[in-house]
Design a binder for this molecule. Structure first.
Ligand code: NAP
Length: 277
């Protein structure tokens, strides 16, 4: 069994990117809007800040109170859309319940939408045209490519159909010539589909949902889940110890897909800079 080491690949991607950033005539700017004090969001924003500082980007962290209204958020986004020094805009999800995440994502200029979540980028991804692609799905594909794991012609089963992970990943895998099955909570007989998978991607948010009886011998397992247990430990959606001896490759949690997601945000900000030139 081989480990798909997201930390190592992230480091290499960012080192390579740093060299390209040094050649630009202006520092790329990334704005992250954080609403409220969700502890997990604070950690994610901190990691993004660290990545941006390391690359020499301008990092504009806009912290808004939990009770901010939609109008204020939209006005801030509009200012950022018009700010020539800002190339990427991201609103850290989840947002408080009184705000509609779709309205917020749609307000971001598609050319600055480094999360790739507004419908222009989602549509372009479905059409397989150049666009900003959501970071986690892109990170998964780049991780597989780094380890020379073929995607073309393979059966890829994805569990989870969120806008953030499952749906864009289904498009991206299709664009890479995989045969894709997208499963969710209403899927009957989940095992029938997971056992077909040469590459199984699990993005559900249920600790240890996938055990060895769900995976095909020699398959590749990508665990997207990030779950915090009562003892404070982080675990994925896959029971690592149960499946590790049956698979050819697996991502660890932490140290797998989450690391790639941060690297892809760095890449997307650079891409947004280039697209806007
Ligand atoms: P989400 O929006 O809550 O979506 C979860 C998906 O899982 C839904 O499609 C849901 O089906 C499906 N599901 C729930 N229970 C299921 C079950 N028992 N069997 C089959 N499918 C089931 O979650 P998300 O935002 O995609 O995130 C998923 C996980 O990935 C979370 O742990 C999150 O923290 C993690 N995550 C990690 C990264 C990273 O960088 N590593 C990035 C994003 C998310 P329905 O659609 O039918 O409800």
């Amino acid at each position: 069994m081989g480990i798909l080491d997201g930390k190592k690949v992230k480091f290499e991607i960012l080192e390579e990117l740093k060299k390209k950033v040094e050649l630009l005539d202006r520092k790329p700017g990334l704005a992250v809007i954080q609403i409220g004090e969700d502890p997990a969001s604070c950690v994610y924003v901190k990691n993004k800040n660290k990545m941006a500082d390391n690359l020499g980007y301008i990092f504009n962290h806009i912290k808004l109170s939990e009770d901010v209204n939609e109008e204020e958020v939209l006005s801030i986004i509009s200012n950022l859309n018009n700010d020539d020094n800002i190339d990427g805009i991201l609103v850290q999800m989840p947002v408080p319940k009184h705000l509609n995440p779709k309205v917020i994502q749609e307000a971001i200029d598609p050319f600055k939408d480094v999360d790739g979540l507004n419908s222009v980028n989602m549509g372009k991804l479905a059409h397989d045209t150049n666009c900003l692609i959501p970071c986690t799905p892109m990170g998964i594909v780049d991780l597989l490519k780094y380890y020379n794991i073929p995607i073309s012609g393979k059966n890829v089963t994805i569990i989870g159909r969120s806008d953030l992970v499952g749906k864009p990943l289904a498009s991206l895998m299709t664009n890479n010539n995989a045969t894709v099955t997208l499963c969710h909570s209403k899927t009957s007989n989940l095992k029938d589909f997971t056992l077909l998978a040469d590459i199984l991607v699990v993005a559900v948010g249920v600790p240890n949902l996938i055990t060895k009886d769900y995976v095909k011998e020699g398959s590749v397992v990508i665990d997207v889940g990030i779950n915090r247990l009562d003892n404070g430990k982080i675990c994925g959606d896959v029971d690592f110890d149960s499946v590790k001896d049956k698979v050819s490759y697996i991502t660890p949690v932490p140290g797998g897909v989450g690391q790639m997601t941060v690297a892809e945000l760095g890449l997307n900000t650079y891409k947004a800079y280039i697209l806007r030139k």
